[in-house]
Design a protein around this ligand. Structure first.
Ligand SMILES: [Zn+2]
Length: 454
């Protein structure tokens, strides 16, 4: 890797690209108010990375920076250095870009400097989750610079790597089991059992060299298996359609034979198109009515008013799915004033061959008319109300009219609501930008980050 980087550096210097690039960044900063860029160097004054973000990216991060995916795989041609892109979801669950980075080096120190720049640019506001495609270099940097942030590994990249590393051994049957462990296991014990079974089924008595990558990735299991991911905000149930779609999208915009400055221009047109897409969806939201098949439900009427169309559709589907569940309070399990309710889905219920296919537990502080949690962790993972809670609300609401006629506040995450960014979409942006400029000029990092950043 070092040799390759040195070769790239030498070529860059020879062609004077570094100064052309620096001019490009200086020009951007001159013509775009609030444009941020920062060049990171190592102890030998060699560039390790360059980070940049414009004012809209900074404002978008202020709104939607709870989840960040950092992807470094845009290196289709080895002639050019990798481009790192910080992306996330907007209120329509569409992709938005928070910043870009040119990566001259890909080691822990380089990533550490890059994330420090990212934090400085974003007012030291930490994401809840940072999803990345590289362990352990990035993970070590995250632990140091982004304390308390859940460092998730992108399951799409794990899947892609498995195909490369395991070759013909990884049959479609293997992937069925492997993907189950990535996306569908609920608890840690279930993962461990499934993992052992998978190793025995597919790799027993075969050369140990095949195990290396699997052992490596097993060491990071709490960063990619749903058993752990589900407890953290990713809005994708542990999968990353985001990476898959964005990779295809970026490949369309960035051809391998571009010079770096051409790549930077194309990157900007990708960002512009994503913003145009968001505006179209805002326009659609403000000018169209949606299909609500449950107009008799006050819960669904409330959800209709509060959430963006994409999010409403998710909740609408959850509500519909919830109708197939039964609800049963387990009085002997009550904890203080917290009631424990089992929400179950059966096949052939009432007949001799009845089968329980799903069971979740919903905890309600009934005295304070407040939900505590659902064992399915949809709130933790998506920031949304799940089918089990919706079912409990409808059933209990039928007995007690004081209970739950609207979606409770804990299930209304600002980032998914209609009013969070629109109808005055740029107002939030300008406020965030003004705040970031003020904070940056005072150069006072929060106390807990000062030590790390000095
Ligand atoms: Zn649930």
């Amino acid at each position: 890797m070092t040799n390759y980087v040195n070769v790239v550096k030498r070529r860059e210097m020879a062609h004077g690209d570094t100064s052309v690039m620096q001019k490009w960044f200086r020009d951007q900063a001159r013509i775009k108010p609030g444009f941020f860029y920062d060049i990171q160097v190592d102890e030998n004054n060699e560039i390790t990375s360059i980070f940049w973000a414009d004012s809209v990216m900074i404002a978008d991060y202020a709104c939607f920076g709870d989840f960040v995916s950092f992807d470094t795989t845009y290196r289709t041609n080895k002639q050019y250095m990798p481009l790192g892109i910080f992306v996330g979801f907007n209120h329509h669950k569409g992709t938005c870009v928070f910043g870009g980075a040119l990566l001259y080096e890909e080691n822990t120190i380089a990533f550490k400097c890059l994330f420090e720049s990212f934090m400085r640019c974003m007012n030291y506001k930490l994401p809840q989750t940072l999803m990345t495609d590289q362990a352990p270099a990035i993970s070590a940097a995250v632990r140091e610079v982004l304390p308390g942030v859940y460092d998730a590994l992108c399951s799409w990249h794990i899947d892609q790597n498995a195909r490369k590393k395991l070759g013909a051994r990884a049959t479609s049957f293997f992937f069925e089991e492997f993907n189950h462990l990535i996306r569908h296991v609920d608890i840690e014990a279930e993962f461990e059992y499934g993992w052992q079974r998978m190793l025995v089924s597919w790799f027993d008595s075969k050369p140990v060299s095949d195990f290396k990558w699997l052992q490596f990735i097993y060491g990071f299991r709490s960063q990619w298996s749903s058993a752990w991911v589900k407890s953290n905000f990713t809005a994708e149930k542990g999968t990353t359609q985001l990476s898959e779609q964005f990779n295809a999208f970026a490949r369309y915009y960035m051809k391998p034979d571009y010079s770096i400055t051409e790549m930077l221009r194309r990157f900007q047109s990708l960002v512009d198109d994503l913003r145009h897409n968001e505006k179209s969806r805002d326009f659609y939201m403000q000018n169209n009515s949606l299909d609500n098949r449950f107009k008799n439900s006050s819960l669904m009427r409330h959800a209709y008013l509060v959430f963006t169309p994409t999010v409403f559709r998710i909740i609408h589907d959850e509500y519909e799915a919830g109708m197939g569940y039964t609800v049963r309070e387990i009085t002997e399990k009550q904890i203080g004033t917290t009631k424990v309710v089992e929400v179950q889905r059966w096949i052939n219920k009432g007949s001799a061959n009845a089968t329980l296919v799903e069971e979740e537990v919903v905890y309600i502080d009934y005295e304070h008319q407040r939900f505590v949690k659902c064992s399915f962790r949809f709130l933790e993972n998506w920031g949304l109300v799940c089918r089990h809670v919706l079912r409990v609300m409808e059933v209990y609401g039928a007995f007690d009219h004081e209970f739950c006629h609207s979606i409770p506040g804990m299930y209304i995450k600002d980032r998914w609501t209609r009013s969070f960014k629109s109808p005055a979409p740029r107002l939030v942006n300008w406020l965030a930008m003004a705040k970031s400029l003020l904070l940056r000029s005072s150069s006072s990092a929060p106390a807990n980050l000062k030590g790390i950043l000095s």
